[in-house]
Design a protein around this ligand. Structure first.
Ligand SMILES: C[S@@+](CC[C@H](N)C(=O)[O-])C[C@H]1O[C@@H](n2cnc3c(N)ncnc32)[C@H](O)[C@@H]1O
Length: 215
């Protein structure tokens, strides 16, 4: 019964609401696209699916942000997170995605929203996250379950390297995490917060907030 309500009523209603919001702004973020239909191997990572708006607002408003902060969305997809983060005074927002096509959609979405956003500097990078070097000044790294554990580990190694080159605290935000236990054991990360939602008792969602610094 719960599954029926979740998939036949709750999620379609939320989807319609998100489509209405997209339509209002003239953007296209409510997209579900499998990697093979973008010409990419299924093994590279997970499909495009945007973080639910209702959770994203709460996640971003928990962060203490200043005008020197740099935010990266690893697996940025259609750009919903980059746009939502753009309402805050970040110095720069970077999106990294393996799909050139998604980056094109993302850039168009950002362009349409830019006049409404506080952050004015956006960059889209087409790369496998495994090959991307985390910039030494990045302070927030966001993930919505974009890829498997091996790629996650590569990215965490890159964050760790950047923290040793430029000692600072990097906040890691991980929406609907998998492999969090494994990564907690392998990297010097400290959990600072966990948000949970029960979505009207239908299914659980959560978001973990970590800090990585030199131990
Ligand atoms: C679940 S979506 C998240 C989109 C966006 N961050 C959001 O929350 O709205 C995951 C994204 O990761 C990208 N992706 C999957 N594997 C990847 C990889 N190995 N390197 C970089 N991006 C990847 C996909 O193309 C997809 O756009």
């Amino acid at each position: 019964m719960k599954e029926y309500v979740r998939f036949k009523i709750y999620l379609p209603v939320i989807r319609i609401w998100n489509l209405v919001v997209d339509k209002y702004y003239g953007i296209d973020t409510e997209l579900v696209i499998e990697l093979p239909s973008l010409g990419l191997d299924l093994k590279i990572g997970n499909r495009q699916e945007s973080t639910p708006t209702r959770h994203l607002k709460k996640i971003l408003s928990f962060l203490s942000i200043n005008s020197e902060d740099i935010f990266i969305d690893m697996g940025s997809g259609a750009g919903r997170v980059m746009i939502a983060a753009g309402r805050f005074p970040f110095k720069k927002i970077i999106g990294v995605d393996v799909s050139e096509k998604l980056n094109k959609i993302c850039k168009i979405n950002i362009q349409k929203m830019k006049h409404r956003l506080e952050c004015k500097k956006f960059e889209n990078i087409t790369s496998n996250a495994s090959d991307y070097q985390i910039p030494d000044k990045a302070t927030f790294i966001y993930f919505f379950n974009p890829f498997g554990m091996e790629v996650m580990k590569d990215v965490f190694h890159s964050i760790s390297k950047s923290v040793s080159v430029n000692p600072r605290k990097v906040k890691i935000i991980w929406y609907n995490p998998k492999y969090d236990r494994e990564l907690e054991q392998s990297f010097p990360i400290k959990k600072i917060k966990e948000m949970k939602w029960d979505n009207f008792g239908l299914f659980p969602s959560r978001c973990l907030f970590y800090e990585m610094s030199i131990s």
